[in-house]
Design a protein. Structure first.
Length: 343
């Protein structure tokens, strides 16, 4: 009996030791994770500091008006862009990092997965267009960044490296009046995104399609306005679908179908770099076309109210690194609006 008690005591001791070992292993794993997170944080801060160092001269120069080797493109506000679209019937083609990368023959976003010399040539043609009917939008990244969130500032600084600025300077015109391409991004990147300012910016955007017969030319998984009320003030919506990625491959078919529509139709385009070229071609043909890009995702994020990009079920999102693969939308109302599908 005494031996059994001794054995039982030994087993209890072993069990206690095992628990202590397990606890130590868990604590050690937590310390390793914490060290890894700390190292990642230090590396991120170092990277942010390097990007800030490269970009701060442009932010300061924009405030001071000093002459620089680089120039600041003349970019009119988003409000001015909306006013010209609504009051003067202008079209708009927008250029951001994806379009400039396509011009340079680089791949930057998932919606454009291959180099295309023809696309590069056409984008250059659009960027050099000189027609009062067409507004050329530039992402307003070149100078002061005070109006943006800290995250947006980091992203812009990371992208706007000196070599990228030099590329842009070679393509842009010092005398040309450009317009803010972020007109269709009224929410996530702005420091005031938790105030009533984004709602006011969306209200201004809605003036563009108010009581208009609209033709959406979009990727097959974009779903402009599906599941929300962004376009409820349009009088009519029809849809022409292109591929979710590399839409320029279907460009000729898309353009041909667009040209069959009534001239009083307003075209709203969400097709990556292909939309930039399409806005130009439609404008030159006498239509009004506006590249609205990510406006629907921005509105979904605005409705979510978190002040950041999030996954939106059923909608293609190229801005999240681990976003789900796009899937076809299944709304009956959406399907009834489709007049052509080249996806």
């Amino acid at each position: 009996m005494e031996q059994e008690q001794i054995l039982l005591n030994l087993l209890n001791i072993v069990e206690d030791l095992q628990k202590k070992v397990l606890r130590l292993e868990q604590e050690n794993a937590a310390m390793v994770r914490a060290q890894g997170q700390l190292l990642e944080y230090v590396q991120m801060n170092q990277s942010d500091a390097e990007h800030f160092r490269d970009n701060v001269i442009f932010e300061l120069a924009d405030n001071s008006g000093l002459e620089q080797t680089y120039f600041f493109p003349k970019i009119a506000s988003a409000q001015e862009a909306v006013d010209r679209i609504v009051q003067d019937g202008c079209s708009m083609a927008r250029f951001g990092d994806g379009e400039f990368s396509a011009i340079a023959g680089r791949i930057r976003h998932r919606f454009q997965t291959m180099e295309d010399e023809n696309l590069s040539r056409r984008l250059r043609e659009v960027l050099n267009a000189d027609d009062d009917r067409l507004l050329i939008g530039l992402a307003n990244n070149y100078g002061n960044l005070d109006k943006y969130t800290e995250q947006a500032k980091r992203e812009i600084r990371c992208y706007m490296r000196p070599e990228i600025r030099r590329e842009h300077m070679l393509l842009l015109n010092t005398d040309k009046q450009y317009y803010d391409a972020y007109v269709t991004r009224p929410y996530v990147m702005y420091a005031d995104n938790m105030t009533d300012a984004p709602a006011k910016r969306f209200a201004q955007l809605r003036r563009i399609w108010d009581k208009r017969k609209c033709v959406f030319v979009e990727g097959c998984c974009t779903g402009l306005g599906v599941g929300n009320d962004l376009f409820d003030n349009a009088s009519e919506i029809r849809r022409i679908l292109g591929p979710a990625q590399d839409a320029f491959m279907a460009y000729d078919k898309l353009l041909e179908r667009c040209m069959e529509q009534d001239k009083d139709s307003l075209f709203l385009l969400a097709l990556g770099p292909a939309a930039t070229v399409l806005a130009y071609d439609l404008c030159m043909a006498g239509y009004q076309a506006v590249d609205v890009g990510h406006v629907d995702l921005e509105y979904e994020w605005f409705l979510g109210g978190e002040g950041k990009r999030t996954e939106i079920d059923g909608k293609y999102n190229n801005e999240l690194p681990e976003a789900k693969e796009p899937v076809p939308l299944d709304s009956p109302e959406y399907k009834a609006q489709i007049i052509a599908d080249f996806s």
